[in-house]
Design a protein around this ligand. Structure first.
Ligand SMILES: [Zn+2]
Ligand SMILES: [Zn+2]
Length: 143
């Protein structure tokens, strides 16, 4: 799945929600789909050469991308980070509280257990957040 396919999914989502498809929204989405890592709204704003795009437009577009299921948002100590979903494996995060490094891990058992829990409550899952905070190996050695 490449950037073009993701953009098409986003446009279809906007249409289905009767939202305007604007050049600015598409430009923001394209930059998101090209990203390889976790980023916050400011990183994105800087990459888009900021001033010409209002920060509110960036937040609004990120919100739409999350609702469309194309972007995942996570809260880390009062900071919202985003990452694209498509073309990447499902994963969870370990975050070092000292240096801020974010490690990703895949654990299918967690997915299975969450599916069981959702079923037990007859709950249709949209997303979840699991962030383990702690100290990475480097920071344990050099406190
Ligand atoms: Zn660390
Ligand atoms: Zn991640």
């Amino acid at each position: 799945m490449d950037v073009q396919d993701s953009l098409e999914l986003f446009q279809r989502y906007l249409q289905s929600q009767k939202q305007h498809i604007t050049q600015t929204r598409l430009k923001i989405a394209e930059e998101v789909f090209k990203s390889q890592n976790h980023f916050d709204a400011q990183d994105l704003w800087r990459r888009l050469e900021g001033p010409r795009i209002a920060p509110a437009t960036i937040y609004r577009t990120l919100d739409l991308l999350c609702r469309a299921g194309l972007v995942r948002r996570m809260e880390l100590e009062n900071r919202a980070l985003y990452e694209r979903v498509i073309g990447r494996p499902r994963h969870e995060h370990l975050v070092c509280v000292n240096c801020g490094v974010i490690l990703e891990f895949e654990e299918p058992l967690i997915e299975d257990r969450l599916a069981d829990v959702a079923e037990r409550f007859q709950f249709r899952r949209i997303s979840h957040q699991l962030v383990v905070s702690g100290l990475c190996p480097d920071c344990q050695q050099n406190p």
